[in-house]
Design a protein around this ligand. Sequence first.
Ligand code: SF4
Ligand code: SF4
Length: 280
Amino acid sequence: MQKWNFILDVKLCQGCNNCFLACRDEFYKNDFPPYSRAQPRHGQKWISVKQQERGQYPRVDVAYLTTACMHCDDAPCITKSDGAVYKREDGIVIIDPEKSKGKKDIVNTCPYNAIFWNEESQVPQKCTFCIHLLEEGWKMPRCVQACPTDALKVVKLKDDDMAALVKSENLERYRPETGSKPRFYYKNLYRFTTCFIAGGVAFQDTDECAEGAIINLKDASGKVLDTVKTNNYGDFKFDGIEKNSGLYTIDIECPEYSKLTVTEEVSECRNIGVVFLERR
Ligand code: SF4
Ligand code: SF4
């Protein structure tokens, strides 16, 4: 049996919120029985775009993480809802708008805060994967159709094929420690969840940018973790470093100049500023 999965490439997501607007356009004031009641005017984000700024000026960047119901395979919203929430054979998790009526507690069963309470209709609500459209022959939900960068996609695959795709594309789950086995996967998740060390290198004698300097990143034991070259502005960046992962050493080498070593404690993103190399 093929099952649906969401995939977001964090590197491609621009935070434009088109996915959110498309979702609002589809569900605000529109009932789709037997899958969903209309969204209310305010207060619900069935798909939501989180923003993460990293670094210190001027070495900063921003990443966006689009989240929705993860259509989990071990979904606590199902096990704690007395039959009001169910998983379809195609992987999609649905809150039954009739059976869930008046059951506000269901909102708190989701570890991803993907369920919202509709005070007007007295029902818990969330993303339905636009199942009413898929049943009409649509190949994707409205949010995916509205994504201008193809950051957000859906695939319908057998579990084995999905596992192979996860491996080949280095896809990850967001907050896997929830244990709920989400069917929403992320590419380049490190852009949102990890930190970087960046800096600039210049020559002290000429005050020029040190293009092409070799930078080695080492862990506390001295093991080289990564090697990069400075760009034409003398800048370098090591990304994907776990937060609060301790001491790192950065060795900077350039022909005819003395080697420079910088040690940094990494708790969050670090901009080490501009360092100057002295001619030997
Ligand atoms: S993300 Fe939350 S609402 Fe969606 S299936 Fe998982 S537990 Fe249920
Ligand atoms: S529409 Fe696409 S690019 Fe825009 S916020 Fe949503 S996922 Fe990101």
